[in-house]
Ligand binder design. Structure first.
Ligand code: TYD
Length: 207
């Protein structure tokens, strides 16, 4: 075990698309495993049957659900979060597992709030309901320039990825503001080799 007891704790990764989150999640999971923790990892949107159904709609190819308005988009992310929290995250935490979640409440505030311009108070209220007032014990924001995120993404784009650079810049600025207001969140410089990023993450967790 590490110097901090990470059993029953929730660790979230946040960042722009293709910021290198999934590599860091994998590396952290391996280190936690080696340190003797029982780890559960999950993603948003997704993680449950209902969450996967919401994901298929909200992250469809552009055009498939062209009528979707921002409010519906927000609610689809909330459906996924509510189910994931209730079915996966809380039970795992209660069983003493260490939970890693790829995106959580901060993504809705950054993307739908700062990106789409939706009311942040409304998003926070919905987040509180969807998470049953759960906040991550620590959130890592993997910070890369918006250009890097847009450039790195190679596969076919979904409804959010298709947005212009200016959208991703607003989202990044939002993340930075949100992290600055959150004592349980830190910025990790994602514009470096993965090994260095991994060391930073491990250091915060005293692993
Ligand atoms: P995903 O395919 O999971 O990729 P990654 O997390 O590796 O970028 O993409 C999730 C997308 O959904 C991403 O563009 C951010 C967006 N999103 C929101 O807009 N709001 C949210 O609340 C969440 C959880 C995700």
């Amino acid at each position: 075990m590490s110097a901090i007891d990470l059993r029953g704790k929730l660790i979230a990764f946040e960042g722009l698309d293709a910021c290198g989150k999934s590599t860091q999640e994998r590396r952290l999971i391996r280190r936690l495993d080696e340190a003797g923790y029982d780890v559960v990892s999950t993603v948003e949107p997704g993680g449950t049957t209902i969450g996967d159904a919401a994901r298929a709609i909200v992250l469809s190819k552009p055009g498939a659900y062209h009528a979707m308005i921002p409010f519906s988009e927000l609610l689809l992310f909330m459906i996924s979060r509510a189910q994931n929290t209730h079915e996966v995250i809380r039970p795992a935490m209660e069983a003493g597992k260490t939970v890693i979640v790829s995106r959580y409440r901060m993504s809705s505030e950054a993307y739908q709030g700062y990106g789409r311009g939706m009311d942040l108070d409304l998003i926070r209220t919905l987040n509180d309901h969807a998470t049953e007032n759960l906040h991550p014990d620590l959130t890592f924001f993997i910070n890369v320039p918006a250009e890097t995120a847009v450039r790195r993404k190679k596969s076919e784009h979904d409804r959010i990825e298709i947005e212009a650079l200016a959208f991703h810049e607003r989202v990044r600025h939002g993340f930075l503001e949100l992290v600055a207001q959150d004592p349980h969140a830190v910025v990790i410089d994602g514009d470096r080799p993965p090994e260095q990023i991994e060391e930073d993450v491990a250091r915060y967790l005293q692993l």
